[in-house]
Design a protein around this ligand. Structure first.
Ligand code: ADP
Length: 635
């Protein structure tokens, strides 16, 4: 994952978590406050209903009192004079705006029943409505106390089946109760009024919890609806006996949710029933979802804003990092001129500044090293040309020395003493000729002017030539030489004279660095690696060995391990000194043949004599030299 996402993702997640939590908390608070508002509204509506019913009751009592105290009414009631009763009460019934007025005599018989029609006219009903059986009437008659307080209750008119709020008031004459005036207002009339004053729908429950009237479904609610709105008896009793208005359950009606509060209908000391006020919850739900939508919109805006800011911040942080990466990659790729170009003073700026300084220093050092390298190259070229020139210059006097020595030798052949001296001069000049030859070989290898004449070369013949040279030296030093597997090798395409030099130097080294009595072996075999067939010749000895750190360096010209002054002279003497050119020549020649040469040795130790193994590999296909120039003999 790129660092940009590592920065943005946690930031985005955090923003989302904070925003979602925020929206959740805010919408919950809004919903709670809306619910609280609804509750308060319901409780307020309940109080308005109670007050309205109480005002209604005052009207009832006033009307009942006026009727009860009408002169002559008590006497007419006692006598059962319906005509007089009718004449006395009708004007009051019309004037007081009473919906129904019933007069019951002492025996509980209904003497008069007046009904006010919607047009304001008063109708006198025949026959009993059963009002005499109302509990409140019976109570007053039973008490037979002219000072009894008025009683109230809900009752159903048996003929119209309408429910009424009745108020009963005793009619007395001569200190005794002679009948009861009942004033009633039907719930069908009260309920719309209650609804308009409380601004809530209203349900009225009868004394068994049965809903008897409601504004929820207009003027004439179905019986099915009423029974659906009814509550159990115990719930009714509970609501009746609590002095306050309490929240009830939510109800579902016509697919809408309503919230509901109940209270008892109290008129004076009488609890005449239970009512409920009902308010739709949709405004809570709608307001809640409105606010949720608003907050969701704000939330989305905030998240988009935060992500944009995050993106910008990440760019501010990451762009310099990218510049740093680009510069470091360019420098790793060798372009030391690259700089980050970051100028800020923050941590990345400090890092970039340090990086630029480092790159600058690296560039300076590299330039210095390049200069030094060129100087060294120049010096090396000078050295090579010096070697070349001196080798060429030494050849002529050497030839003269050798020629004159041979002449002296033929002259003094009868004088053993002088003969020994001339032999010494001859040996020395031979050795010098050899060294000069090696110097010329090295200069040719270095200047890429080594000439090869490849031909089918039998390695056994080459090794036999070398052996011939060192046979005497091996015997003198009591060294054994074991040659194995060479004769069976297929011929290689190579220059036999150059290969001769390779094995000459390798065998000479094996002899020089193995103490007397040691063993030297030359083994040959074929190796196949990565579809390549090669011959491998291994020259191993039981000599002083070579430390690992020198394994590569000894193939450099003039490189010698140990201290030069310890070296003795002579080419087969133990630790006999040499010019340090043998292995450089061997590697140059083997490389020119597309082969490989390397050494393996556990390390240098003159006591334990771990020995060394020099490996030479030559491709079996051989390497054809395209040059046609004739070869000039080196040594
Ligand atoms: P030199 O003329 O000194 O022998 P070479 O290039 O032939 O030069 O060898 C370089 C050095 O490698 C030698 O000085 C010697 O220290 C080390 N060396 C070469 N061959 C052997 C060997 N067979 N055992 C131990 N040391 C060796």
């Amino acid at each position: 994952m790129s660092i940009r996402f590592k920065v943005i993702l946690p930031y985005l997640l955090l923003t989302l978590v904070v925003a979602i939590t925020g929206v959740y908390v805010v919408t919950r608070l809004v919903a709670n406050s809306l619910t609280e508002r609804l509750k308060n509204q319901l409780l307020e509506a309940g109080r308005v209903v109670s007050d309205t019913v109480a005002r209604q009751e005052i009207k009832h009592i006033e009307a009942a009192r006026i009727v009860a105290y009408t002169t002559g009414l008590a006497e007419a009631l006692e006598k059962g004079d319906r005509q007089t009763l009718s004449a006395l009460t009708k004007p009051a019934a019309a004037g007081l705006g009473i919906e129904t007025l019933i007069l019951v005599d002492e025996l509980g018989h209904e003497q008069l029943h007046l009904l006010r029609l919607p047009d304001g006219s008063i109708q006198e009903l025949d026959g009993s409505t059963g009002a005499g059986n109302l509990a409140i009437v019976q109570l007053l008659l039973l008490n037979s106390d002219p000072t009894s307080l008025p009683r109230r209750g809900l009752g159903q008119d048996p003929t119209s089946h309408r429910y009424y709020h009745f108020t009963a008031f005793p009619v007395s004459a001569n200190g005794k109760v002679v009948g009861v005036v009942v004033v009633g207002t039907s719930l069908d009339v009260i309920l719309p009024y209650l609804k308009s004053t409380s601004l809530a729908d209203v349900i009225i429950y009868g004394d068994n919890g049965m809903a008897i009237a409601t504004t929820l479904a207009g003027q004439a609610p179905e019986a099915g609806l009423l029974s659906a709105l009814s509550i159990p008896r115990d719930a009714y009793d509970k609501a009746l006996n609590i002095n306050d208005i309490v929240m009830g359950e939510n109800i579902l009606f016509n697919g809408r949710s309503y919230s509901l509060a109940r209270g008892s209908l109290r008129v004076g000391s009488d609890k005449i029933g239970v009512f409920a006020v009902v308010l739709p919850m949709n405004f809570v739900i709608e307001a809640g979802s409105d606010s949720r939508n608003t907050y969701m919109f704000l939330f989305t805006l905030v998240v988009v804003g935060v992500v944009l800011i995050g993106y910008v911040i990440s760019r501010i942080i990451i762009n310099p990092l990218n510049a740093l990466i680009r510069a470091s990659q360019a420098i790793a790729g060798g372009d030391l001129n690259q700089r980050t170009g970051i100028r800020s003073r923050d941590e990345i700026g400090v890092l970039a500044h340090t990086f630029d300084e480092m790159s600058g220093r690296l560039q300076e050092r590299t330039t210095e090293l390049e200069k030094t390298y060129h100087t060294l190259e120049q010096m090396d070229r000078t050295k090579i040309s010096f070697i070349e020139v001196s080798a060429h210059e030494l050849r002529t006097p050497l030839t003269l020395v050798k020629g004159y020595s041979q002449m002296l030798a033929s002259k003094f052949k009868d004088d053993p003493e002088l003969m020994a001296l001339t032999d010494g001069i001859l040996d020395g000049s031979d050795r010098m000729t050899e060294i000069v030859g090696s110097m010329l070989d090295v200069s040719r290898i270095d200047s890429n002017t080594l000439k090869m004449l490849p031909e089918e070369t039998n390695l056994g013949v080459v090794i036999a030539r070398v052996y011939k040279v060192f046979k005497e030296g091996l015997q003198e030093r009591n060294l054994s030489l074991n040659v194995q597997g060479i004769d069976g090798l297929p011929p290689v395409q190579a220059d036999p004279d150059l290969l001769y030099k390779v094995f000459y130097h390798l065998l000479m080294n094996a002899i020089k660095y193995t103490p007397d009595g040691g063993r030297i072996a030359v083994n040959g075999h074929i190796v196949e690696e990565q579809n390549k067939r090669e011959v491998e010749i291994v020259i191993s000895d039981t000599g002083i060995g070579i430390d690992k750190e020198h394994h590569e360096l000894i193939f450099e010209k003039f490189y010698q391990t140990g201290e030069v002054h310890l070296h003795s002279s002579g080419k087969t003497k133990y630790k006999g000194g040499g010019p340090g050119l043998g292995l450089a020549i061997a590697r140059g020649i083997i490389n020119a043949h597309a082969g490989r040469i390397w050494v393996e040795s556990p390390g240098y130790d003159e006591k334990t004599l771990p020995g060394s193994k020099f490996f030479v590999r030559l491709p079996l296909e051989g390497k054809k030299d395209e040059r046609t120039e004739p070869r000039t003999q080196a040594a």
